[in-house]
Design a binder for this molecule. Structure first.
Ligand SMILES: C[S@@+](CC[C@H](N)C(=O)[O-])C[C@H]1O[C@@H](n2cnc3c(N)ncnc32)[C@H](O)[C@@H]1O
Length: 425
């Protein structure tokens, strides 16, 4: 099979922007599910979009090709999952490694879609709030690091005080957690894994988290949660809450899920630094002076440090989505006579524990966007450890969960397509 995903992609589009549209999400999901009987979920819209893109009247919609991306779909998957608020796919890497097949992904940021496509050969669908949950394919596990958008429980109290009736999902309406809840309600996955900032637990005196837990329990799940620090896996202090749930339909009520115990390993940021770094990452005199003055002012007020100059033998602070602004939270010292520098996108990738083959070059995504993407993402080795514990747990605790080959092969139309020789090398 000489044809590659990138050849066909290139043949179909005139400009890159056509490959982040909703139509491309249908096409790529259609291709990713060509062998498992789920193409019907995407077929009509996918073929329409292809017709739209090409004048080739006898295009073979299901043309066989090889995925020339770092993380192609597994050949013989043993379970199915969906990737919500997918970002750049930090969750997907781990669940695919465990032989899971991603049935559906959703992410509305166009640059994140680009990075995602370059790595998985799939363009995520857009705004989840507009997605009909009934159209999402069946899956065993739902995963999602939903944005840390604050809840307004106050709204609920107001409703209560006005004496209005409200269903349990009403309590979360208007938040993106609501979208997760309505998908879980409809699709009833056997398990889920959600992730958020540590503060979710203390937000609004713990009420926010209580509502989330209550909602998930009412949907029929046994829920476990734990704050995990990525520092045992990567040289970065990054505390995130992981919420895991198992359906009461498939698991006994008495189950106890244990989150992975971290190894007490010492991580050093020097292990992720590039040997030679472009000067553009060094702070300008102006910025460095500004950061020092800012820190001084705040120290005087007793507010602690502004910037974080790292000790290369230790770990860094948490990489955030705002790192692109001034890099102040993680600065790399460069000796007495030189201003410190910020991390390169490649170093951010390593700091988040993404595999070496994760592609960020030649994808048309700027440094600024890459900083945002890694700052928003998950430390992959932490997710890997949690995912691994979940899969082991599911295999040990329920008979019907992870049987191989549950997906039915299906046939696609086999019409011909002309692809230039040059492209099919
Ligand atoms: C905290 S990040 C999750 C990142 C992801 N776990 C990863 O590994 O990269 C949340 C993501 O949700 C996306 N998002 C926010 N609102 C959305 C919506 N309504 N529909 C789809 N995606 C949305 C954001 O663009 C962002 O990438």
């Amino acid at each position: 099979m000489g044809l590659k995903y990138s050849n066909i992609r290139k043949q179909l589009i005139q400009k890159e922007s056509q490959w982040i549209e909703e139509g491309a999400a249908y096409v790529t999901h259609y291709w990713q599910n060509r062998d498992n009987g789920y193409i019907d979920n995407y077929k009509k819209e996918a073929e329409e979009y292809i017709d739209n893109l090409t004048n080739e009247s006898d295009f073979n919609y299901g043309i066989p090709f090889k995925y020339d991306v770092p993380f192609p779909p597994p050949k013989k998957p043993t379970f199915k999952f969906i990737d919500l608020f997918a970002g750049i796919g930090g969750f997907r890497i781990s669940f695919q490694e465990l032989n899971g097949k991603c049935m559906y992904s959703s992410e509305w940021n166009k640059y994140a879609k680009k990075t995602y496509d370059a790595n998985f050969g799939e363009v995520p669908f857009g705004d989840i709030t507009k997605t009909d949950e009934k159209k999402i394919p069946d899956h065993d596990i739902l995963v999602g690091g939903f944005p840390c958008q604050p809840f307004s429980i106050a709204g609920v109290s107001k409703k209560k005080s006005l004496g209005k009736k409200h269903g349990f999902l009403d309590e979360t309406q208007g938040t993106l957690f609501f979208d997760i809840a309505r998908i879980i309600k409809e699709k009833k996955p056997k398990a889920f894994l959600l992730e958020n900032v540590k503060n979710l637990k203390s937000h609004d005196n713990g009420n926010t988290f209580k509502v989330i837990e209550k909602t998930l329990k009412k949907l029929g799940y046994i829920v476990f949660s734990k704050v995990l620090d990525a520092k045992y896996y990567v040289p970065q202090h990054r505390e995130r809450i992981f919420i895991v749930g198992f359906s009461k339909e498939h698991f006994s009520k008495n189950i106890v899920f244990n989150f992975p115990e971290p190894l007490e390993t010492v991580q050093q940021i020097r292990s992720i630094l590039e040997k030679s770094v472009d000067e553009k990452y060094t702070l300008t005199d102006n910025l460095w002076e500004y950061l020092q003055n800012y820190a001084k002012k705040h120290r005087e007020k007793g507010n602690g440090f502004g910037f974080g100059l790292v000790d290369k033998n230790a770990i860094s602070r948490t990489l955030s989505a705002r790192y692109y602004k001034d890099g102040s939270e993680i600065l790399i010292p460069q000796g007495k006579n030189e201003n410190p520098r910020r991390l390169t996108p490649e170093e951010c990738k390593r700091l988040m524990g993404f595999p070496t083959e994760f592609k960020i070059k030649d994808t048309g995504v700027s440094d600024t966007q890459l900083y945002k993407q890694f700052g928003n993402s998950v430390a992959v080795p932490v997710v890997r450890a949690v995912a691994n514990s979940m899969i082991q747990f599911m295999a040990n605790n329920s008979k019907d969960i992870l049987q191989a080959n549950r997906m039915n092969p299906s046939k696609l139309a086999n019409r011909k397509i002309k692809i230039s020789q040059e492209d099919s090398q």
